[in-house]
Design a binder for this molecule. Structure first.
Ligand code: 13P
Length: 252
């Protein structure tokens, strides 16, 4: 399973140092078959590299990655910059990027293609709004978000081997309203169908669930065969809590 921490715009320098140091010492993140990933703010890439590179199996990455090589894009971060700090991962298309930075499916497709071409593993986020869910449009919204990326990757002959999908219903993020097991299982099944009908043969891309995952609800979510891990916001900000969640995922 992949258990990924999305710190978003949280933690002071001291708190980040404490978290990464403590996490690097916890055996749970080094268990065989388990992958912990820390999506840290870009200003902590150097810190993550220094602390986690000696810790072996733990991955780290950026919360976004621009689609161009370099240039006049104030405030943006390139794939080469991530790679320069040992990042192996990029989080792309998070609903907060879609909402606050007006990222479109097309732009997210370009970012995903660029990051994959550069050798990064990409966690591509998809998710429907509450209005979409209430109107019964959830499957169509997710298909649309995914298809735009998958079609573009195929056009560009980019392999999907390093692509991970995170299903994060927008209404479940930071709200405590975790999706029901049936909703998660149904949507993961739908995502698997979309991947199978579009993707290059031979890939078995993990599908993570995100949205109010914590140590209380983790066990039942991880018990679903369709769930390949979690993308965790609030419950990832404390090193011990996040490690507990990783422990729970390994007890599946
Ligand atoms: P929460 O776990 O805080 O709901 O955040 C989920 C998320 O957005 C992870 O990317």
């Amino acid at each position: 399973m992949i258990i990924a921490a999305n710190w978003k715009m949280n933690l002071s320098r001291e708190q980040a140092l404490h978290h990464l140091t403590r996490s690097s010492q916890l055996d749970i993140h080094h268990a065989p078959g388990h992958q912990s990933v820390f999506f840290v703010p870009a200003c902590y890439f150097g810190m993550a590299e220094e602390i986690l590179s000696s810790a072996g199996a733990i991955g780290w990455g950026g919360q976004d990655c621009h689609q161009d090589e370099a240039g006049a894009f104030t405030g943006d971060i390139s794939a080469d910059m991530l790679l320069g700090f040992g990042c192996g991962w990029a989080l792309i298309g998070h609903s907060e990027r879609r909402q606050y930075h007006f990222e479109t499916d097309r732009q997210i497709a370009h970012k995903t293609a660029h990051a994959l071409k550069k050798g990064l593993r990409v966690v591509l986020c998809v998710g429907e709004s509450l209005a979409d869910r209430q109107a019964g449009n959830n499957d169509a919204v997710i298909s649309g978000q995914l298809d735009t990326v998958l079609v573009y990757l195929a056009e560009q002959s980019v392999s999907t081997a390093n692509l991970v999908i995170a299903y994060e219903p927008v209404w479940a993020i930071g709200t405590g309203n975790v999706a029901s097991l049936a909703q998660i299982d149904d949507m993961h099944g739908h995502i698997r169908d979309v991947l199978d009908s579009a993707a290059q043969a031979g890939t078995d891309n993990p599908i993570l669930y995100g949205g109010s995952v914590n140590e209380t609800n983790g066990a039942e979510i991880f018990s679903l065969g369709s769930v390949g891990g979690a993308l965790v916001g609030g419950a990832s900000l404390d090193a011990e809590k996040f490690a507990s969640l990783c422990t729970i995922s390994q007890q599946k």
